[in-house]
Design a protein around this ligand. Structure first.
Ligand code: HEC
Length: 105
């Protein structure tokens, strides 16, 4: 007559609790950051940019461009969003973008 060893219900739980923080620490050590950790430069208008621009894609997309002139930023955000309905926000965002991400940045 054979007897199967019943599974030990607690096996794995302590191991997991140990493993996950270990992985997070390893990812940080490798310089991998979760997307949410990305920060745009501080400055006037940043709160508006966060509010207007994080809806459809990560804010990182802004920093990945080569920068644009003020007129190009304005054209870009007006084409992409409905921000022209909020003129104060449009101005704040274009001020911020042209100050921090001019052409060649
Ligand atoms: C209604 C959705 C939406 C909103 C809101 C939005 N975007 Fe975009 N954006 C897109 C889409 C769609 C693309 C093109 C696809 C992609 O690259 O993910 C894009 C691409 C971009 C790019 C890359 C394009 C390039 O020429 O390199 C930049 C920069 C950008 N958005 C900046 C902004 C800024 C700044 C704001 C805030 C004013 C903003 N976005 C808000 C939808 C949006």
């Amino acid at each position: 007559m054979s007897r199967l060893t019943p599974p030990r219900p607690s096996a794995g739980i302590p191991a997991q609790g140990f493993l996950l923080p270990g992985l997070a620490a390893a990812a940080l050590a490798l310089g991998l950051q979760p997307a949410a950790a990305f920060q745009l430069p501080q400055g006037a208008g940043l709160d508006t940019v966060r509010h207007e621009c994080a809806r459809c894609h990560p804010l990182k997309r802004i920093a990945e461009t080569e920068g644009k002139t003020r007129a190009d930023w304005e054209h870009h955000v007006v084409t992409m969003t409905d921000i022209e309905r909020r003129p104060a926000n449009l101005k704040a965002v274009v001020d911020y973008l042209s100050a921090h991400f001019p052409p060649g940045s």
